[in-house]
Design a protein around this ligand. Structure first.
Ligand SMILES: Cc1ncc(COP(=O)(O)O)c(C=O)c1O
Length: 400
């Protein structure tokens, strides 16, 4: 088989894409929003071409073949057996989260527990729904992998938050964006015990599950909650794994029939249960034919992470990089540079011409500064971006 080309930057400017087209100039390199600067697998591209050539684009529905391709993927890749009836299709994981907030947080002061730092999209949806946020900070610990530090869950704090009668949901980010953690079976078991003790329903967002670093394995929350199927649901999608986010397709895997029906109803009310024909097709082909592509992608992303780590250690010794077990999103501690994450990100964008995500968007710990870096670009572009950052940091008063 021909080697996949992850080294050529596809033309993205002028394609109505968020990552590149919000930039104010033609010079800035974007390492922010979580999609990849790689072409999707060729099998997906040719299936989409064929569908375009049919020339017919009427209403779409979730075909049984799509449900089955996801069920096969979960069984083969993750050892998790599901019933295809459990799937509730929707236009995105954040839409599943929104529907779940409507289903579970009916009363004033009801809310959701979230471990911070947390993916900014969660924070926006929670804020927009006006539900209470129960923040449970992750604990910083020494590295267990290739980086400089890592995180673990604070189970005492989680128990305290879960014991509040208004805490209706726990949003588990598995694996965690931006902390980079792949949770172990023991950690997930502990989450389950605490949440069940207090009647808290678990939402397990596993959108990054396939993107483990080589050698690591994802543990679906469902596998450790076997026998307690009524107490959780899982959000799944092919869109991060195969770079299909603009096709808006995902599923909640929910064995609890009452919750499932209420989720469907919410999607119907809000129009988030109607998908497009390309999304179903692309994700089916991904799950059926593109496992080989994913394995090469994981190797390439790991190479990017190692190159990034080496660069930061040699050239930016006051910056510290979190272990990256999974995802392509590196989390950098820049506190020693003595500037807020917001200011640093802004200056990097305007003066160094590199767009990164500031840690305050993710509820970084108070008094500390972080940046999130999207590593899913051709390595040469990443190196160019890091060099620009280094020139700016060493050439300006920052970190002096
Ligand atoms: C953890 C996590 N969940 C959900 C999403 C968004 O998913 P969707 O585009 O399906 O709403 C992202 C996107 O970056 C993410 O990182």
């Amino acid at each position: 088989m021909e080697k996949i080309d992850f080294d050529t930057l596809p033309q993205r400017r002028g394609t109505a894409c968020v990552k590149w087209d919000v930039l104010s100039d033609g010079e800035t390199l974007p390492l922010w929003v979580a999609d990849m600067d790689f072409r999707a697998p060729p099998e997906i591209i040719s299936a989409l071409h064929e569908r375009v050539d049919s020339g017919v684009f009427g209403y779409a529905h979730a075909p049984e073949s799509w449900r089955q391709s996801l069920a096969h993927w979960l069984a083969l890749r993750h050892g998790w057996t599901i019933d295809t009836k459990w799937l509730v299709e929707t236009t995105g994981v954040l839409r599943s989260l929104g529907a779940a907030l409507n289903v579970f947080c009916a009363n004033k002061d009801d809310g959701i527990i979230l471990q911070t730092p947390a993916y900014c999209g969660f924070l926006e949806v929670i804020h927009d729904h006006g539900v209470k946020l129960f923040e449970s900070p992750l604990r910083r610990v020494t590295s267990h992998g290739e980086g400089d530090f890592s995180y673990e869950m604070d189970f005492d704090d989680l128990e305290r938050k879960a014991s509040d009668p208004h805490a209706k949901l726990f949003l588990l980010c598995n694996p965690h964006n931006p902390a980079g953690r792949t949770w172990s079976a023991d950690e997930l078991r502990c989450v389950g015990e605490i949440c069940r003790r207090h009647g808290v329903f678990v939402l397990s967002d596993e959108i990054h599950a396939d993107l483990q670093m080589p050698g690591l394995r994802h543990v679906p929350y469902a596998k450790v909650a076997d026998g307690f199927e009524d107490t959780f649901m899982t959000f799944w999608s092919a869109t991060k794994t195969f770079n299909l986010a603009g096709l808006h397709v995902s599923a909640a895997v929910c064995a609890n029939p009452k919750v499932r029906e209420r989720m469907r109803r919410m999607h119907s009310i809000h129009g988030t249960g109607y998908l497009n024909t390309f999304g179903f097709l692309a994700s089916s082909v991904a799950w059926e034919k593109c496992a080989y592509w994913l394995d090469e992608l994981r190797t390439y992303l790991h190479g990017n992470y190692l190159a990034f780590l080496k660069f930061v250690r040699e050239r930016l010794p006051r910056v510290h990089v979190a272990d990256l077990d999974a995802t392509y999103l590196a989390w950098l501690d820049v506190t020693e540079l003595g500037v807020s994450s917001r200011e640093l990100a802004q200056r990097l964008e305007t003066e160094a011409k590199v767009k990164l995500s500031p840690g305050d968007m993710f509820l970084e710990p108070k008094g500390e500064s972080f940046l999130r870096v999207n590593l899913a670009s051709p390595r040469s572009m990443l190196m160019e971006a890091f060099e620009r950052c280094e020139r700016f940091i060493t050439g300006s008063a920052i970190g002096a």
